[in-house]
Ligand binder design. Structure first.
Ligand code: FAD
Ligand code: NAD
Length: 489
């Protein structure tokens, strides 16, 4: 907030009195000191000296990119941060020689197609985008009332989590995730369509159908106008974040400071957030776009882990701790039922396959670091037959801070494979349970293989020092990197 106030004070933060300059690589390299520090991000150069003291990661982190192109470093650490908005008053100018853009790993036929069709997508025009190993294409057809877009991925094991579709104001966006790449169909539709859409996935052959309902039963001459990223197949990290507005339908208390927010996706969105992944929420705070990550949970812990839980696909549940001095969560606290908030596509590097072969699963959670464990517990106890033990070690400050304590205790009574331990760092005198913070001795007491050679997965999530210390202690205790998954941004 102090930074936002400074940017709005009218102070000259670039030292260039509002002028924008073209910056050569040599010039950029000269500005490599704390008191004169320029950094290039995606071709734009910022004077970050005035921002140094406000950078949450500290000055040294910023200095790693001083006088250079910091795009990769920025993407590694906090790709979601809207630096354009945060640093707009620090903009010095553009790089004189445009840095080479990330290669588009596609052989798109779109430009040729564009020429032939005057930019419009004709019916039955099969287009393709490919890398060496993957060839994707799409097609479309219509009936009197429907438009169907078919995407052929030729990938086995395609599922609903890998297909994200949005249709807003005639703008159709269909994204297919294939490993760390994404294929996009993005079109300004020829005519308006109704709000609800359907997505059918034929897993065995990797075919996706997006079915739109025409507003008027007229014949479409074209599917529409291709948009900039239409028919591209590129690394997911090279795609900009996409947001849709979701309606807050309820806000219920979980503990004294934590609430469960239920958001409803638009009818024209198909989105399932995979286990272990998070989304970003975006709000305008004091005139600046601010983005923070949150990990969707279930509405409650299912106690009967027999059938895979049926997630209705229409709602996203977020368990969020409200900090009295946290600008973002304070803004969330002030959201009223019926208000809208922007929600991004999912991100995260957790893979369910890590659990699928495990016999012992240990979940080390601190505070709201419990959130990724909710879907993980559900998945593990429902769908992983080789699991013998699932143990949650849940670190909190006080008893009042424990999230879903009742539900966890009930689950432990119901399912013999599941055990929960609560460890408090600031207990009251009458706390009979374990006390302390994460430590080598606590971990050696609670994290033990059920047999000498059993396959173990240990997942850890919480405040950064908790996670970092935990990983180090686990390694010191002899667990390998492959046996540990740390949830981070
Ligand atoms: P901030 O201003 O960021 O800080 C709030 C409080 O924490 C303040 O008291 C501040 O002094 C203190 N603080 C901030 N940073 C630090 C620090 N580095 N060290 C010590 N104290 C600090 N939160 C949830 O509630 N639910 C979730 O599901 C969830 N999922 C997340 C998923 C990911 C991948 C990540 C990285 C974070 C997640 N978070 C989640 C945290 C969330 O993104 C925000 O950081 C949080 O809501 C605080 O935002 P804020 O702007 O309100 O407060
Ligand atoms: P909190 O301050 O209430 O602390 C909960 C427990 O964490 C404490 O009782 C203590 O045992 C431990 N802890 C706290 N600070 C520690 C430290 N410096 N060293 C060792 N242990 C420490 O926690 P909170 O306010 O609920 O914060 C939860 C954190 O989890 C946030 O930082 C949030 O960003 C993070 N989080 C991350 C993800 C993710 O990366 N996927 C998801 C959800 C939450």
């Amino acid at each position: 907030m102090d930074w936002i106030r400074l940017t709005k004070s009218g102070k000259d933060l670039t030292g260039l009195k509002g002028r924008l300059v073209e910056v050569t690589e040599d010039e950029l390299a000269k500005h490599n000191k704390k008191e004169d520090c320029w950094i290039c991000i995606r071709g734009f150069v910022y004077n970050v000296t005035p921002y140094m003291e406000y950078h949450p990661g500290g000055e040294d982190e910023l200095m790693k990119a001083a006088g250079t192109d910091g795009t990769d470093l920025f993407d590694q650490v906090h790709r979601w941060v809207n630096y354009e908005s945060m640093l707009k008053e620090c903009l010095v100018g553009r790089m004189a020689v445009k840095p080479i853009a990330a290669p588009k790993e596609i052989s798109s036929t779109l430009s040729e197609e564009k020429k032939q069709l005057n930019g419009m997508l004709s019916e039955k025009g099969v287009l393709g985008a490919s890398t060496k190993d993957v060839m994707l294409s799409y097609d479309w057809f219509q009936t009197d009332s429907l438009i169907t877009i078919v995407i052929y991925t030729k990938q086995k094991d395609l599922n609903a989590e890998l297909v994200i579709v949005d249709c807003q104001d005639k703008r159709l966006r269909g994204e297919i995730i294939i490993d760390d790449h994404s294929y996009l169909v993005e079109v300004d539709l020829y005519h308006a369509v109704q709000e609800d859409l359907a997505v059918n996935i034929t897993e065995k052959v990797g075919k996706v159908e997006i079915i739109l309902k025409k507003n008027d039963n007229i014949h479409w001459k074209m599917l529409g106008q291709p948009l900039e990223n239409h028919n591209t197949f590129i690394k997911r990290t090279d795609r900009g974040q996409f947001y849709r507005k979701c309606k807050l339908v309820s806000k219920t208390e979980v503990t004294h400071d934590t609430k469960l927010f239920c958001l409803m996706l638009p009818k024209s969105t198909h989105l399932h957030v995979p286990t272990g992944q998070h989304v970003y929420l975006k709000q305008i705070i004091a005139g600046t776009e601010v983005v923070k990550p949150y990990t969707p949970v279930l509405p409650f812990l299912p106690l009967d882990f027999k059938e895979p839980s049926c997630h209705d696909g229409a709602h996203i549940y977020l368990m969020i701790k409200i900090y009295s001095c946290g600008p973002f969560t304070q803004a969330l606290e002030h959201l009223q039922v019926g208000d809208y908030i922007s929600v991004s596509n999912p991100e995260g590097n957790f893979k369910k396959s890590q659990v699928q072969t495990s016999e012992d699963l240990f979940l080390l959670a601190a505070g709201t670091g419990f959130t990724p464990m909710v879907k993980l517990l559900d998945f593990a106890l429902t769908e992983v037959s080789c699991l013998r033990t699932v143990k949650l070690i849940f670190f909190n400050k006080t008893e009042d801070d424990i999230l879903w304590r009742n539900q966890l205790e009930q689950l432990a009574l119901k399912d013999k494979r599941f055990e929960v331990k609560f460890i408090l760092s600031q207990p009251t005198k009458d706390w009979m349970g374990k006390e302390g913070k994460i430590s080598s001795s606590l971990l050696s007491e609670f994290v033990k293989r059920s047999s000498k050679y059993s396959k173990v997965l240990i997942c850890i999530c919480g405040p950064t020092p908790f996670t970092e210390q935990g990983v180090q202690y686990l390694k010191d205790l002899g667990y390998s990197q492959e046996e540990i998954h740390a949830f981070t941004a």
